[in-house]
Write a protein that binds this ligand. Sequence first.
Ligand SMILES: *[C@@H]1O[C@H](CO)[C@@H](O)[C@H](O)[C@H]1NC(C)=O
Length: 292
Amino acid sequence: MVAAALAAVTLLAVVAAAAAVVSDEAPALSRDELAATACSLRRFSAHAVANDKSVREELYDEIDGGRPVVVTGHTFDEQFWSIEHLGEVFPGLYDVSDDVNVAEDEAMRAQLREHYDVPEWLNRDGLVPTFGSDYVFVGRLMDVNDRHIDSGCAVSFSFQLAGVKLWDLDNPGNRSAGADDFDSCVLHPGDVLVFYPGWYHETTVLSDEPSLAISLYFSSPAWSLNRYYAAYADHLLAIPEYCSCYKTMLPETVDDAELAAGYKASCDYIRSQKSFMDDDVVLDGNCPEGFA
Ligand SMILES: *[C@@H]1O[C@H](CO)[C@@H](O)[C@H](O)[C@H]1NC(C)=O
């Protein structure tokens, strides 16, 4: 219960951040050039994942390594997902002029989920993840949601429901906004992208038709990101957005109160030095002893 309440607070911060960075500036490349971007992420078909055990294992192997993945071809109620229609279905609740609407209300979430299915493959070993609120992201042609990282310790997915959107993603090791060696993938309706805390992302809408996508944050005991955290936990725990995630990223802190207290103190220090969601925070070398 406490965990759920904390998650809700964190999720609000995520939305504030996401809403604040939408820019009007068109990217240097044309829509067609961007649309021709090759997908550098592993892509799996939802049908193969559901029916072929070895494909499913491959998917989980990629996930366990902490690389973003795309699963294509999910079915959903295509008629339902347009901006106009959402405005009609949720009068007063859904603001069609906003870039992001949050369905925190259980009834609204249930209503949305009647028209799309949370992908079945998010369940693993009979375990179902714990989900946060549904975020409905809206974008119009060439709208750019500038490169940023979300806060919060949870994995997230984005389900593209209408329109076409380019995602550029780069790993937590990239602290400079000038990084040009990122991963890219263009999502079409029915495509689902999963990515991990700390991955930077920027999106650009490439279709005349407005883009609609649902994002959900979730945690799952059956998804082990040990390899991912082995590579990036030091990086993530040194910045304000993620320094409180030590229990997720370092399982040994769960049963070691002293160790956990040390990380908590470090996090308090980091947050006292830099404001939450501050951009370009570089604290390396400036952190308490024993902390990355
Ligand atoms: C930046 O992220 C990309 C995508 O994950 C990766 O290929 C590249 O090596 C990263 N660059 C650095 C400097 O970490």
